[in-house]
Design a protein around this ligand. Structure first.
Ligand code: KE4
Length: 428
């Protein structure tokens, strides 16, 4: 019995599913998740001593690689001065300014402890600012686990949402409407019927929770226009895309200015940080400067702020995002070549240094229904084949993968050589 198997059995006795976040349990791909002991650069090592090239990067935060000396030193220095004060600190002001410098439409930002918290707070602000109740989201986009967001499309198009989890009341789901991603016509129709009651629409500007699905040309621009006409707020959930697809997130990459932006992952450098921000006229409505309440014991935590600041410093050089994108294209183009040479139909997508791989004959996928038609069984075979070769991919077909600054070309080529072996076995 491997140490991971032993630990997984022990973990399942005291932690639901043996994990502290469901996707880590390998339920959709099967098998036992390796328990990770350490990470260094682009590699992680499990408790049985097996090392992997890591394309999960803790689901996005580790864009500079694991245990980067600059980040570790910043955390240690902060910890030596105390872990938390529950009082304002200089680092929070510095990080707020570093974030605002990157996002053109943002004049103020509030730090919280997770992407979920950032999203639920931004939605509360949008409802408070507009005096409206309804929220629109898109099927296949994930925005954390707040009640009103664990909602699937009801029967028919854009009728009231239905809860996707027990414990979520009909009342909580009732105010969320769900549309197909990239379907501007459906959005136009919904707003023509309900626009006066819609507080906001929240969207992953590049969907990263159904694989990596880019916006269709005109989709984001169309949402901006609809919100302007109907007085709804446009919320870009950039928890994953912020500082990932561009220094200024997807809003900079695509030139769209949302009303509110949510962030997480990279801005904490691997420690728990979320954030939401926007123009002063909205953000000053947040307590204590305004009536919309939101609070958090560890918000702006000095260690998390130090990790975030150190990570942002490493992302400052102008060539960083050019390098990340070039390396990601090198890998993705190589994977597409390897799979097609072995007669395995697949579709690859990438935006910046996030990428997706779909086992399908379709020329593209634009929404959750199309992604759901892909060959999930083949994905699971691919996932385990790559894991056995020491390549750590996300244990779900509905996740994006990530390249970090630590993934140099030699590691990418090592990955491609191993992918070749896996593809040959899949095709045999
Ligand atoms: P957290 O509460 O997990 O920090 O953030 C929620 C969230 C919000 N918005 C977007 C676009 C997100 O991708 C996420 C969380 N991402 C998932 C990975 N797809 C986290 C992994 C997990 O749930 O364990």
């Amino acid at each position: 019995m491997t140490r991971s198997t032993e630990l997984f059995l022990k973990a399942q006795a005291v932690i639901p599913g043996g994990v502290n976040s469901p996707v880590r349990a390998f339920k959709s791909v099967g098998g036992t998740p390796p328990f990770i002991r350490s990470g260094q650069g682009a590699r992680i090592t499990d408790v049985d001593g097996r090392t992997y090239i890591d394309y999960v990067g803790s689901w996005g935060p580790l864009i500079v690689g694991h245990a980067h000396p600059h980040v570790v030193e910043a955390i240690c220095r902060a910890a030596a001065n105390g872990c938390s004060f529950g009082a304002p600190t200089e680092g929070e002001v510095t990080l707020a300014n570093r974030i605002i410098d990157r996002f053109p439409g943002m004049e103020m930002v509030r730090l919280v402890n997770s992407g979920t918290e950032a999203v639920m707070s931004a939605i509360r602000l949008a409802r408070g600012a507009t005096g409206r109740d309804l929220l629109v989201k898109f099927a296949g986009c994930y925005h954390g686990h707040a009640d009103g967001l664990l909602v699937a499309a009801g029967s028919g198009l854009a009728t009231f949402g239905v809860p996707t989890s027990p414990g979520i009341t009909k009342a909580a789901a009732r105010d969320t409407l769900v549309l197909p991603f990239n379907d501007l016509e459906a959005a136009e129709k919904l707003w023509s019927e309900r626009g006066a009651d819609i507080a906001a629409v929240i969207v992953e500007p590049v969907a990263g929770n159904m694989g990596c699905v880019p916006p269709e040309p005109g989709f984001l621009e169309g949402l901006r226009r609809i919100c302007d006409v109907h007085g709804s707020l446009l919320i870009f959930d950039e928890v994953m895309t912020g500082l990932r697809v561009d220094k200024g997130g997807a809003q900079t990459l695509y030139g769209i200015r949302p009303d509110l932006t949510t962030l997480g992952k990279i801005i904490g450098g691997g420690l728990p940080v979320g954030a939401y921000g926007g123009p002063r006229r909205f953000m000053e409505q947040i307590a204590p400067s305004g009536p919309v309440y939101q609070a958090g014991t560890l918000s702006g935590n000095p260690l998390a702020v130090a990790a975030g600041l150190a990570t942002l410093e490493l992302l400052d050089p102008p060539e960083v995002y050019v390098t990340l994108e070039a390396r990601t294209r090198h890998l993705v183009n190589g994977l597409a070549r390897v799979l097609s040479e072995n007669d395995i139909p697949c579709l690859t997508t990438s935006v910046g240094s996030m990428f997706g791989l779909f086992f399908t004959e379709a020329a593209k996928v634009t929404n959750f229904a199309e992604v759901s038609q892909c060959d999930l069984k083949r994905f699971n075979q691919w996932f385990h084949g790559m894991l056995d070769e020491g390549i750590y991919l996300a244990p779900s077909a509905f996740e994006a993968a990530f390249v970090s600054l630590a993934h140099d070309v030699s590691l990418l080529d090592e990955t491609l050589a191993k992918a070749e072996r896996v593809a040959k076995r899949l095709n045999s």
